[in-house]
Design a protein around this ligand. Structure first.
Ligand code: CO
Length: 134
């Protein structure tokens, strides 16, 4: 059911400093910052030949990544994102299998302007999983 690895997301405290690490130290192409108020984050994407790295910085008081950064003060891998062809069909199949979909279970529009859903880490090997309709 899942297709390509769309991105690996890393939560960071300082997006500017983290962008500099990827752009200057690692020599990668990094997009301009994009704030997504409905997700409580500001993001940039590191564009690699075979996938992307999403750097996430909290935005606003109730950011879902604030707690993660409290536990991981240096930042860390926050989620992986897999592509699916049909996000509603994927969701319904996973729910029928007993997997927990986070939030109200309805897809939101993600950083690429496409529908996304998040799946409970306890159901997926301790890793928060994002599904994006490719
Ligand atoms: Co993501």
């Amino acid at each position: 059911m899942i297709g390509r690895l769309n991105h690996v997301a890393i939560a960071v405290r300082n997006l500017e400093a983290s962008t500099a690490v990827y752009r200057n130290t690692l020599g990668a192409k990094v997009t301009a910052p994009d704030t997504l108020p409905e997700h409580g984050v500001t993001v940039v994407f590191v564009e690699l030949p075979n996938t992307k790295i999403e750097l996430l910085q909290p935005h606003g008081a109730n950011s879902p990544i604030a707690k993660f950064l409290e536990k991981n003060p240096d930042g860390g891998i926050h989620h992986v994102c897999y592509e699916v062809d049909d996000i509603i069909a994927a969701r319904d199949r996973l729910k029928a299998d007993g997997a927990r979909v986070l939030g109200d279970g309805e897809p939101k529009i993600g950083a690429h302007g496409k529908p996304v859903l998040f799946l409970h880490p306890k159901d997926f090997c301790g890793t928060l999983v994002e599904l994006e309709q490719a």
